[in-house]
Write a protein that binds this ligand. Structure first.
Ligand SMILES: [Zn+2]
Ligand SMILES: [Zn+2]
Length: 369
């Protein structure tokens, strides 16, 4: 069957003839892949910056932002049935019994670094026709979300971040348990899919949300931010130092660019009791200058917290599926506008090696005859 394979040793991205997988254990399911999203991680793997094939394979099948339909289930499968639409988690546990996170199915917090990831690290991904995986990694999604469900995985980044933000902000005596974002101001750094989905998650929780990014005011990214009631602030027109004057106390920053310089500029203006969440992975460049005295003074005197977050567990996938339904109800066309175009797997060169533009491009895997 067809698959998009990346071979780091040969420095090749190509359509490969990948063997069809078969159920091998009672808790396994077989999926027919429907949609697989493309993100910066995929492009970096195609530029051979990282990405490791499974042992014994010369290539890795790319793709981690998936939507599949169950076509076969093993004897021991109870939670899922044929015909269900599912989103698969990406990370798989490390083999060490001493890793408390992986032992408890929280490999997104793996201590050892020996986890694997589908489509990224030592496990084949989803840009292919059929996939076999374990039931426990499947997250059922309502059929009503069929056309946008491929956005669930990138949304899980924000969901995991927000779960942690609530944990942290329980420290504030006045944080109300319900309507948690109300009266609070959030800045989303970056108007790509991760940023815009994060902005939707913040809006729906009552935050007053600002999206700060490079794209011009008339870009589809800015339009999507405005369509959900966020304020779009174009970086070309407003320096970061002007943001507090415009916004007031910045309670939360959700960083989604991977640009270190801009992120640390923004950290300088984080408000009192503010939380700054980093989700982007910067490329390996030279060191940058930081006003460390100012940052440290602010962190202490303003009770600030900075944390990074990667990947997501089952709780974040379930929250993302729930939230996506709410987004579609509230902003149907804005949510759909995030998906720019669908391509067949054969168009891999244009999508992965070219500059197809737009917000989120998706491979649609045509049904097998
Ligand atoms: Zn991704
Ligand atoms: Zn682990």
């Amino acid at each position: 069957m067809k698959a998009i394979g990346v071979s780091p040793s040969r420095r090749e991205v190509k359509l490969v003839d990948h063997p069809e997988p078969k159920l091998a254990a009672p808790d396994e399911v077989k999926l027919r892949m429907l949609d697989v999203g493309v993100c910066g991680t995929d492009k970096e793997i195609c530029a051979f910056q990282y990405g490791t094939p499974p042992s014994g394979s010369e290539y890795i099948v790319l793709g981690h932002e998936s939507l599949g339909e169950i076509v076969e289930v093993g004897k021991g499968v109870t939670r899922i049935k044929v015909g269900d639409l599912v989103i698969s988690t990406v990370r798989r546990p490390c083999p060490h019994a001493t890793c408390a996170s992986c032992v408890h199915d929280r490999q997104d917090f793996c201590f050892t670094g020996d986890f694997t990831e589908r489509g990224i690290k030592q496990q084949h991904g989803y840009m292919t026709e059929l996939v076999v995986d374990r039931e426990k990694y499947m997250n059922p999604v309502p059929r009503a979300l069929r056309d946008v469900a491929v956005l669930v995985e990138p949304l899980t980044i924000a969901e995991k971040a927000l779960i942690q933000v609530w944990d942290v902000q329980e420290r504030l005596p006045w944080t109300p348990a319900a309507g948690r974002g109300k009266g609070h101001r959030a800045v989303v750094l970056g108007a790509g899919p991760v940023g815009l989905l994060g902005a939707m998650a913040l809006q729906i929780r009552g935050f007053t949300t600002y999206v700060y990014s490079l794209e011009p005011e008339e870009s589809p990214n800015a339009a999507a931010a405005k369509a959900i009631g966020a304020t779009y602030v174009c970086a070309a027109a407003t320096p970061i130092g002007d943001l507090p004057g415009k916004i007031g106390n910045i309670d939360l920053v959700y960083e989604a660019t991977g640009a270190a310089q801009v992120a640390f500029e923004l950290l300088k203006v984080l408000g009192t009791n503010g939380v700054f969440v980093l989700t982007g992975v910067p490329g390996r460049k030279g060191p940058i200058q930081l006003d460390a005295d100012l940052l440290m003074r602010n962190l202490v005197l303003k009770n600030q917290l900075v944390f990074g977050t990667v990947n997501a567990g089952r709780d974040a996938f379930e929250a993302a599926i729930k939230d996506l339904s709410r987004f579609v109800e509230r902003w149907p066309s804005a949510v759909r506008s995030l998906i720019t175009r669908r391509y067949p797997l054969d168009a891999f060169a244009d999508v992965l090696l070219g500059r197809p533009g737009g917000i989120k491009n998706v491979f649609s895997i045509e049904a097998r005859s």
